[in-house]
Design a protein around this ligand. Structure first.
Ligand SMILES: [Zn+2]
Length: 361
């Protein structure tokens, strides 16, 4: 066993309402100080899986980050600054928040200057667009009645849900193109001959920046309130305390990582823009600290994550080679930042005003 000299802390404290999926048991924070004061570079590791296994390749995220940490440990005795490695489980929990949200709120990222993470994909890229996202569950309570003999005695909760969907569809015309609102009807009524007294509409709202998502979210809530008024069914709704936020990209930081990727011999044809959109709890970290998510290629173009074919790719020889290169790119970038505090300052000076003005892209 190789000991790298990190001081490792487990059993991390997080807010009680965000303790799920074993965050406090499987999350950790490891710290390694250099030979003097300097920047703090944080590397995040993910390792959670999906019901069909490592079909999102988080095993490779952890591996590349650990490789980077091991490489940096060798030079820290002659380098100023500090390396933090944070184990961030439970990413896949989606719109209800993830491990990073809990760990951020628990204060475990405090002191970070720059945060680095990787993710496997079908290309090399540093600017995958991440959507802010918030969840909404609207419960409408009406009054049941016989649908044929006395419908006038009932209040139809399903009508309130349908009205909400119709209002949202009208709203779409006036939303920015990157805004996504998608919903389902988890509770819909029990029998066709009874006026439904209980129905639910469940939605997620997303946008490329947190401020735009928040605005669209309030409009969605207004649609549900209007449906309450029109239908007479009583609306029960409480806004979730947490949302997934959108990261604030700093082009200079992204270019540092990409320069190192090129230096390591990744071919230009494998480096391409990402055209698909996703949400992740890493957005909250990227909203709080300048963050880079390095996507590295382990699968042919167009291979989608969360499918079995991606799980197979995540254990291939090609994947392990790419993981090593990604780990080296993270290590090189961290070392460059540790040894050039002026670059860290420049990144933060770009980041702070963007954050303060509401991170509009
Ligand atoms: Zn995933």
């Amino acid at each position: 066993m190789v000991r790298l000299g990190f001081k490792v802390t487990g059993d991390l404290k997080v807010p009680p309402d965000l303790v799920t999926g074993g965050i406090s048991k499987t999350g950790f924070r490891a710290e390694l100080k250099g030979n003097g004061p300097g920047p703090t570079i944080t590397i995040m590791l993910e390792y959670d899986a999906l019901p069909n296994g490592h079909s999102c390749g988080h095993n490779l995220i952890a591996t590349s980050g650990l490789l980077a940490a091991a490489g940096l440990a060798a030079v820290m005795p002659e380098t100023s600054g500090r390396i933090l490695v944070i184990g961030t489980p439970d990413e896949e929990r989606g719109s209800l928040g993830g491990g990073k949200v809990a760990l951020l709120e628990g204060g475990h990222f405090e002191g970070s200057d720059i945060v680095l993470i990787t993710h496997p994909g079908d290309r090399w890229n540093v600017d995958q667009r991440v959507l802010a996202m918030k969840h909404a569950l609207f419960t409408f309570r009406g009054v049941s009645a016989h649908a044929a003999s006395a419908p006038y005695k009932g209040i139809n909760a399903l009508n309130a849900v349908i009205l909400t969907f119709n209002a949202v569809d009208m709203l779409r015309e006036h939303l920015r193109q990157d805004v996504r609102i998608h919903g389902i009807i988890p509770k819909v009524g029990e029998a066709v001959n009874a006026v439904p007294d209980l129905a639910q509409g469940e939605f997620a709202v997303r946008a490329l920046d947190t401020a735009t998502m928040d605005l669209a979210y309030q409009k969605l809530v207004n649609c549900a309130k209007a449906a309450e008024l029109a239908s007479g069914a009583k609306l029960e709704f409480s806004e979730p305390r947490v949302a997934l936020e959108a990261p604030i990209p700093v082009p200079f930081l992204l270019s540092l990582v990409m320069n190192n990727v090129k230096l390591l011999g990744v071919s230009a044809e494998d480096i391409r823009d990402k055209d698909d959109l996703a949400s992740s709890d890493l957005g909250n970290v990227g909203h709080a600290y300048p963050t880079v998510n390095l996507t590295f290629k382990i699968a042919p173009d167009g291979t989608a994550a969360h499918w079995d074919v991606f799980r197979e790719a995540a254990s291939s020889d090609e994947a392990w080679k790419a993981t090593t290169i990604a780990g080296k790119a993270i290590a090189l970038t961290a070392y460059e930042l540790l040894t050039h505090p002026d670059k860290v300052k420049q990144i933060q000076e770009t980041f702070k005003p963007l954050k303060n003005k509401g991170d509009k892209r």
